[in-house]
Write a protein that binds this ligand. Structure first.
Ligand code: G6P
Length: 362
């Protein structure tokens, strides 16, 4: 089977693509560096963003979840207000736009019909647009004014992993270069910070057995599961829960940890798995508090936390990275949990039922 060639010794593409992420981070740094080793991109993109008064990120699925992390990066780094929208909502129920919007389409494939129908309208209205895609020459790339490539290599598994981290990495470079062009003080040395991220991802992947074990003990038979987080960790748990539900078929939701008490805590029963993601020192104490609340209602709690946050002894500790880039590292355990849960439930990991890699109908 010719398709197996690309998998090497991996049983599934998803496993291979998870493992490729450190290399993808390094490739992105390389591809966006000039000969002097400085980050660089088409200055027309930066000028066009600087001429705008608001950025609208439009995407579907995993790309939409990456968009929320991108919003945080762009707003904190460039001070430009940024909104995130689902393509399938935006196109049919368009919000009031500002005078000078700039559109960013996130699409691994560059072929998603829901996103394309928005781009067609944006082009009709004459607004500037940029597509971030993994596929050069794809429809969304050709039809948008600008393109930035993800350099993640072909992503074959239906569940997206390396495209998510690649999208965030490219948006971090875009954010830094926009801030520089605007004359703002630099928030971080992105190339350096992404290199640290690459090593951090490697060390989490080295621990994959821990997450396989966790899947076997807590997710192999459970009906449902929850991820909780606040702030940037909330954005991350939206992706963590999508990944687990789409490949394992375990009904999984990602909640803003502070909202639990306003309704969703009613779902917690004996042994309900609840995974807390904690990487932000401003909210660490509060989310830890939420973990205790679910434990006292019988949940099986697991905490994935970033180094330096004074966590309980049983937490899995992620290597520390820059606070705006934590999702690049905290997503790795959640990808591994999704992969192993799907594998041990006997699913076709790379081709989950009812799903397509790229959806070309609205
Ligand atoms: C499909 C895939 C998802 C993907 C979404 C958006 O639904 O199953 O994994 O996130 O499309 O795809 P895109 O190529 O636009 O990023």
């Amino acid at each position: 089977d010719a398709n197996d060639l690309g998998k090497g010794t991996y049983p599934y593409y998803m496993a291979k693509e998870i493992d490729e992420q450190p290399a993808v981070m390094r490739k992105i740094i390389q591809n966006y560096q000039n000969e002097q080793g400085e980050l660089e991109m088409d200055p027309e993109i930066l000028d066009s963003i600087l001429a705008s008064d608001r950025i609208y990120i439009v995407a579907c699925g995993t790309s939409y979840n990456a968009g929320w992390v991108g919003k945080q990066l762009l707003e904190k780094t460039t001070n430009i207000p940024t909104e995130v929208h689902l393509s399938s909502e935006f196109g049919y129920n368009m919000p009031l736009l500002t005078e000078k919007p700039f559109f960013i389409f996130l699409s691994q494939s560059g072929e998603t019909a829901d996103s394309r129908q928005v781009l067609v309208q944006v082009n009709e209205m004459g607004y500037p647009s940029l597509t971030l895609t993994n596929v050069p020459g794809s429809t969304l790339s050709r039809e948008a004014q600008f393109t930035l490539l993800l350099y993640a290599g072909p992503e074959i598994a239906v569940a997206s992993t390396k495209a998510y981290t690649a999208q965030i990495a490219v948006m971090s470079i875009l954010a830094e270069l926009t801030a520089k062009a605007k004359g703002l003080p630099v928030e971080m040395d992105v190339a350096h910070e992404l290199a640290i991220v690459a090593s951090a991802i490697e060390s989490v992947i080295d621990d994959k057995e821990i997450f396989e074990q966790l899947s076997l003990t807590h997710l192999s038979t459970s009906r449902n599961a929850f991820y909780i987080g606040r702030g940037i960790d909330y954005y991350l748990v939206m992706e963590a829960s999508l990944k687990l539900k789409e490949v394992s078929y375990v009904q999984t939701e990602g909640f803003a940890a502070g909202e639990l008490k306003h309704g969703t805590i009613a779902l917690i029963e004996d042994n309900t798995p609840v995974i807390s993601i904690i990487t932000d020192k401003k909210t660490a104490g509060h989310t830890r508090g939420n973990a205790h609340e679910v434990i006292s209602r019988g949940a099986h709690s697991m905490i994935i936390s970033m180094d330096g946050l004074n966590q309980p002894e049983d937490a899995y500790v992620l290597p520390k990275v820059h606070e705006l880039l934590t999702p690049l590292v905290s997503v790795i355990p959640t990808q591994l949990i999704a992969y192993y849960t799907s594998l041990h439930r006997g699913n076709d990991v790379d081709k989950p039922r009812n799903l397509a890699k790229s959806v070309t109908v609205e």
